[in-house]
Design a protein around this ligand. Sequence first.
Ligand code: SF4
Ligand code: SF4
Length: 172
Amino acid sequence: MAENWGQLKSFEGKKFEALDAEFTKEVSKLIGGQDLTACFQCAKCSAGCPVSDKVNIQVHELMRMLLFGFREVLDTDMVWLCTTCYQCQQRCPQGIEITDIIFGLKNMAFRKGITPPGYVTSRKALYDNGKLYEPTDWERDDLALPPVPHLDVAETRKVLGKTGLMRLQEGE
Ligand code: SF4
Ligand code: SF4
């Protein structure tokens, strides 16, 4: 993730020279994206966001970047550090489906290969093994648990296939 985004908090010093109307149009087709213009920058979303002290832009800033067609929004860590807790969406006085928009941004970022490596590895592990973590025998012994029941990976793959999880990134 780009480290210099912290400088853009509240867009201080940023010159909007390359607004991309096409990007705004793309985002407006996402679930919730049709309401971008309803955002009046009250920042209630950011005030309730549990990761607000971890991200390099706040969620209300992200909303304005989308409206301005600022494609670099996909490089900000708000996209991937968002826990999808829906707090912002609940708090928005304009009823904007903010979290759903962010879900869409995750998909857009993923297709462009802007994805934290851990997500890519987890995606593969989930598809290959049907689980993210392989418990060891001694861990289960310690807890007096029986062996891990057999998992039919073909079944889990069928389910994951329907979610589109394994759809390829551009260039993959
Ligand atoms: S709470 Fe809603 S209206 Fe307020 S800044 Fe966030 S998205 Fe915009
Ligand atoms: S859904 Fe994401 S952006 Fe919204 S409050 Fe939760 S963590 Fe923050």
